[in-house]
Design a protein around this ligand. Structure first.
Ligand SMILES: [Zn+2]
Length: 431
């Protein structure tokens, strides 16, 4: 048996405020003489929207009868509450400083649905003047089916910066960057891991800062580094740091010391100085590549009216032994050590060093010495023991002594003004 009753939805929305859903409470009466209340849990199928007048189908039977009925909702559009802004999510992205007013990207959403600007909400800025790095506020006012307004903020963050150079030595690395006009300081992240996990953060205060030196590291080890700048800004919560985005990650590798058959190579560069020696039997003559480079250089020098020639090239361990001992006999050990290498420590034994034209101190004042100092790097040579670097190289100034390093490294040394010891981060001292 199936009976049809018509019910009227008598009491409508009681509460809609909390949460993302609206709640209705009904009590329902039969429209005929045997009217009787139904409970809300007997409304099994409820197809309702807040926007339209509802037809609610009721399936159920409080009296052991099977019946179906259509309930006409009495609630109207006027009675539907608008969604408050407090139920909406508002996200404003930071803007990178560019000297102008730039609107942040703002996303307003309700219940996962992104709302439309100027339909569901509008945004108002206090001004559209140029903006420096700092925190700024704007108003979001809801429209249409939404209501309420709120003040939100976004940051104008400093421009992203990057490393201008990354220099490595045996036990340290140096990071340099160009100071940023809108920064109050910098942060450097250093990690042993490519994903920058377990990173050390170093703060370098001061807008003019442009360098950081990381020391006391093991040789031949890899690090990953990034940099960002920060600026201080006043906010409602007091002074805060506003950060730029991180730079791209750079890989840094400290230089590697290798000893092969008693010969020391640092990042592949053969080294012989007071700290690092060569075996007695090492070497047999000038290196072919170095000699060829010298010949090209002396040809080019000739074209400039400069005559360059080698007065001393390769010297064996035993030849150096007798030279050094002569110096010692004439001048004593301490003076001999300033101007001559002990056997096994002479760069001449490497086959990569040459004395040009003269080994008298007066050579330094000749046009040939000047030409050599100005041009030898173009051919892959350096003036190995420059002026005022005796404490570092271990030797007095020798305007005539050049060392072949190849064009790339010679250029770096020439342009940086560094000695080979400074470039590699090594000492030159007798043990
Ligand atoms: Zn020499």
């Amino acid at each position: 048996m199936k009976k049809n009753y018509k019910y009227v939805l008598a009491a409508v929305i009681i509460a809609t405020a909390a949460g993302a859903f609206s709640y209705y409470s009904f009590f329902i009466t039969k429209s005929n003489a045997n009217a009787q209340n139904l409970k809300t849990d007997e409304i099994i199928s409820l197809s309702s929207s807040q926007k339209t007048e509802d037809n609610i189908e009721v399936n159920g039977n409080p009296h052991d009868d099977i019946y179906e009925s259509v309930i006409e909702s009495q609630h109207s559009d006027k009675e539907v509450q608008k969604i408050n802004i407090s139920e909406c999510d508002i996200i404003a992205d930071d803007v990178t400083y560019n000297g102008k007013f730039t609107e942040p990207s703002v996303k307003v959403s309700y219940n996962g649905t992104v709302l439309s600007r100027n339909v569901d909400y509008k945004i108002e800025y206090d001004s559209t003047e140029d903006r420096g790095v700092g925190r700024y506020y704007f108003t979001v006012a809801m429209l249409g089916e939404y209501e309420g307004s709120t003040v939100k903020s976004y940051n104008v963050i400093p421009e992203q910066i990057s490393f201008a150079s990354v220099k490595t030595k045996v036990s340290e690395f140096q990071l340099d960057w160009l100071p940023s006009g809108n920064a109050d300081g910098y942060e450097i992240a250093i990690s042993k891991y490519e994903d920058m996990s377990v990173q050390e953060i170093i703060t370098v205060d001061g807008c003019e800062s442009s360098t950081y030196l990381k020391e006391n590291l093991p040789q031949n080890s890899v690090y990953y580094v990034k940099i960002r700048s920060y600026a201080y800004t006043d906010t409602e919560d007091g002074e805060e740091k506003i950060y730029s985005l991180w730079s791209n990650r750079e890989t840094v590798e400290t230089k590697k010391i290798e000893v092969i058959d008693g010969v020391t190579y640092i990042d592949g560069i053969l080294i012989a100085n007071k700290t690092y020696s060569l075996p007695e039997n090492y070497g047999s003559g000038l290196n072919d590549e170095a000699l060829e480079a010298f010949q090209t250089m002396s040809d080019d020098a000739s074209a400039d009216g400069i005559n360059l020639y080698i007065v001393s090239g390769y010297r064996s361990y035993w030849l150096q032994d007798s030279i050094y001992n002569n110096f010692c006999a004439q001048r004593g050990v301490s003076e001999a050590d300033r101007v001559s290498a002990r056997p096994g420590h002479s760069e001449h034994q490497t086959g990569l060093a040459m004395d040009i034209n003269s080994t008298l101190f007066s050579f330094a004042d000749t046009p040939e010495a000047k030409w050599l100092a100005d041009n030898c790097w173009k051919y892959g040579f350096v003036i190995r023991y420059p002026q005022n670097k005796e404490d570092i190289t271990g030797y007095a100034y020798e305007a005539w002594h050049i060392r072949y390093l190849g064009k790339e490294i010679a250029k770096e040394l020439y342009e940086s003004g560094l000695t080979l010891e400074e470039y590699l981060g090594i000492t030159s001292q007798y043990g």
